[in-house]
Design a protein around this ligand. Sequence first.
Ligand code: CP
Length: 307
Amino acid sequence: MRHLIDILDFSPEELQELMDTANDIIADPAKYSEVCRGKKLATLFFEPSTRTRLSFEAAMIELGGSVLGFSEAQSSSAAKGESVADTAKVISCYADIIAMRHPKEGAPLVAAANASVPVINAGDGGHNHPTQTLADLLTIYREKGRLDHMTIGLCGDLKFGRTVHSLITAMSRYEGLQFVLISPEELKLPSYVKKEVLRAKGIPYAQTTDLEGAMPELDILYMTRVQRERFFNEEDYLRLKDSYILTPDKLKNAKSDLSILHPLPRVNEISVAIDDDPRACYFKQVLYGKYMRMALILKLLKEAGSL
Ligand code: CP
């Protein structure tokens, strides 16, 4: 049984296959509108979400399938103490595929070990968010026409930002990339990502607190929110939350073909005045996320023998 728990579960060739499918869906959505007729997706969200849960649900509906699930732990039997393992066994009796978000790192992996249907990690704590990475990859690919030979700036909460961890891991397999890690000292990229991904693969990277100083060399700027829900105290969050606010003035030295991404939700990190700048890609990124999730559902259901 194939699952998507970590972005490395898929080879670069498989990621390309997903992007090709997504592009084909974009070109001819009618061709795919009945392919999952009779199939059910369960969305098990133990943490809040707008984009990931609803884009999974929209994806399955646009494939002709149905959806069931819950959007908070308190409305499930987790509130009565049911384990993730038992939940996965139970939901396997009702659905053909599961998308799970959970505050505990590794929970979707436990679900995958116990489910008899494919499980997709829709975000586990501060760890990984591989389907956001699918959206990010398609956005970069469509904007730049490639996934290699570029300088990628990642800005904000690089410590708790799970989308950053998954994106760096995914991009580490392409040639000619370098990363600029822009964050406050307290929110630097975890050492394990630097050691196991960047240094292990000899990928050049720089760490800085200076967004404007880094701006001129960037091809991609990936802004992130300071992850309030992962902080141990509110005081630290309040001190750090507005560390970076991207305004039109801060883009004056940016490349004319810079692509600005953000996994969203944004709080203050990008001024709404940027939204109409042709370099702003974050709402396209949302839409591409739905198409990549459609491609992912198709791939996992086919490999499970359900389609
Ligand atoms: N990008 C993302 O994961 O958004 P949601 O938390 O709204 O799902």
